[in-house]
Design a protein around this ligand. Structure first.
Ligand SMILES: [Zn+2]
Length: 106
């Protein structure tokens, strides 16, 4: 409170004030206690900075998912330990790294 002195006139004014509409009250307040103008229009929403929570969790899921580290055979698509890569397997063939596996694994 700016003052503790309250008179009948003020009480009447308050009663009158409370009978006004919102717009009238705002005009009255502007007259008796001017304030710095504030933009009435809603401000544009800020664009989310960085990754969204969903994108971040998706990225984490991709990171945590196990990737095949071992190079696979270009001929059969199996790892080097596969039985066909060692004799005396009937379908023996030399293990050969596939180009895609080489580029994927580092
Ligand atoms: Zn193979």
């Amino acid at each position: 409170m700016r003052s503790t002195i309250l008179t009948k006139e003020l009480m009447d004014l308050v009663a009158q004030y409370e009978s006004w509409s919102y717009e009238q009250r705002m005009v009255f307040l502007d007259l008796v206690d001017p304030q710095a103008e504030e933009p009435v229009k809603a401000r544009p929403k800020r664009k989310a900075k960085g990754k969204s929570a969903r994108a971040a969790s998706l990225a984490d899921a991709i990171k945590s998912s196990p990737k095949p580290r071992e190079p696979i055979c270009a001929t059969c698509g199996n790892v080097e330990d596969y039985v066909d890569h060692s004799e005396p397997s009937p379908s023996y063939h030399p293990f050969e790294k596939s180009p895609t596996a080489q580029s994927a694994g580092a």
